[in-house]
Ligand binder design. Structure first.
Ligand code: FAD
Length: 390
């Protein structure tokens, strides 16, 4: 396929983040011509993604297992610690992957490593053209969508997958309404080396400002995602690495012994976004173009990979990849999953941010139920890991 040619491509994916790259790999294998448009960026800012079992198996199915295994650590135990000071505070709750017959709930990998591995695989896929340009204009037409931008000749696609993140141009071109909101929180990210073994355990401390989570990486290293209020975040960001490490060690109750910062640190203002539909007029939205919420329970990219799996399923056997039946099937498939998870994460976050007694009671009762009721625990654990390997 030549992206400079006048022939339309079957599918153009806009945005080469993790969701767009995974979509290019998954959809480019099905014998269709696929163009992936967007620069690949792999900045290191202390961010990692915990990929649950369903996502991991999907990526392994795309041939990434060997490359990813070297860079990822398994998550065998997930521990929740109520550090909110609430009246209804519960003892820590632990979930073990072995309770649902898995070796691990998933694997944690640096964003930059995941993106680089996906991009390397995509570059070698026949039938997939990678265009490192930026899309400037998107014009829907009856038989396709015309894309123009920097660094490439205009091209037409029968289906456009919008993987272009929060300010998605594809979403705007498809006239899909979205709602976005902010939380009074900033996520601080960093990678640490530490003295004690993490034991393949991820620990989430639920504080009044939001969760503070340590997630294992290979060796005696872990990543930090700490949601806190913006004023405190500013003070913490100003600390040098040594003072920052001591502050974090304090915050996590010296769980992993002495800690040292390894590499760059990051900060991300917290917000959410939801869309009124997942596709319209030969365009489908995937990843953060379609849903954003705070990193609680590590759902974001896992949901993005389920978007990819559902789009692949909706395309199966379709004569016209951008036809109305494909868009309608995709929209139906994504509605419940995305809305349920956006709602659940939002509710948990808000029960932490308020000190209202009913909210504390609800959260305390939830944790108690999770620690005591075996079938509920196993149900929640299975929901968490997802399955999109079909
Ligand atoms: C602190 C933090 C921790 C997280 N932890 C987890 C976790 O443990 N597990 C998990 O599953 N998720 C996690 N997430 C969520 C996860 O990181 C995101 O869901 C994921 O990175 C989003 O990927 P994306 O490809 O959809 O969007 P992006 O990474 O935003 O990619 C969008 C891409 O589109 C490109 N683009 C935009 N406009 C155009 C254009 N006009 N033309 C061409 N290209 C364009 C951009 O340059 C960018 O490369 C976390 C998020 C945060 C903030």
């Amino acid at each position: 396929m030549n992206a400079q040619s006048a022939d339309p491509v079957d599918i153009a994916i806009v945005g080469a983040g993790a969701a767009g790259l995974a979509a290019a790999l998954a959809l480019g294998r099905e014998g269709r011509s696929v163009a992936l448009i967007g620069p690949v960026a792999t900045p290191r800012d202390g961010r990692t993604v915990a990929l649950f079992d369903g996502s991991w198996r999907m990526l392994c199915g795309l041939g990434l297992e060997e490359a990813l295994s070297d860079k990822a650590a398994p998550l065998c135990v997930m521990r929740l610690v109520d550090d909110s000071g609430s009246l209804f505070r519960q003892p820590p709750v632990e979930f073990r992957a072995s309770e649902i017959g898995l070796a691990a709930f998933g694997w944690n990998v640096e964003n930059a490593d995941l993106t680089a591995i996906l991009a390397e695989k995509a570059a070698a896929l026949p039938g997939l053209t990678m265009i490192p340009g930026f899309v400037r204009a998107i014009e829907p037409e009856a038989d396709g969508v015309r894309l123009t931008g920097d660094g490439f000749a205009p091209l037409k696609a029968r289906l456009v997958a919008g993987a272009d993140g929060r300010n998605s141009k594809v979403r705007a071109a498809a006239a899909i309404e979205s709602r976005d909101w902010r939380y009074p929180q900033v996520a601080l990210t960093a990678i640490f080396a530490h003295r004690r073994d993490h034991g393949d355990t991820s620990t989430e401390f639920h504080t009044r400002q939001g969760p503070c989570t340590l997630v294992p990486l290979p060796g005696r290293r872990s990543s930090l995602v700490w949601l806190t209020d913006p004023a405190e975040a500013e003070t913490i960001v100003a600390l040098d690495d040594a003072a920052f490490a001591r502050r974090v060690e304090d915050q996590v109750q010296s769980l992993l012994g002495a800690m040292t910062v390894s590499g760059a640190r990051g900060r991300v203002p917290m917000g959410g976004l939801s869309v009124e539909r997942f596709g319209a007029g030969r365009m489908a939205l995937i990843g953060e173009a379609a849903h954003i919420f705070p990193p609680i329970g590590a759902q974001g990219l896992n949901l993005g990979l389920r978007d990819v799996a559902d789009l692949r399923d909706a395309l199966e056997g379709a004569a016209d990849p951008g036809g109305e039946s494909v868009i309608a099937a995709y929209d139906r498939a994504r509605r419940v999953d995305v809305r349920l998870r956006t709602g659940a994460v939002d509710m948990l976050n808000r029960t932490l941010l308020t000190d209202l007694v009913p909210a504390d009671l609800l959260r305390g009762a939830g944790l108690l139920a999770l620690s005591r009721i075996g079938p509920l625990r196993r149900f929640v654990m299975r929901q968490g890991v997802g399955d999109h390997t079909r």
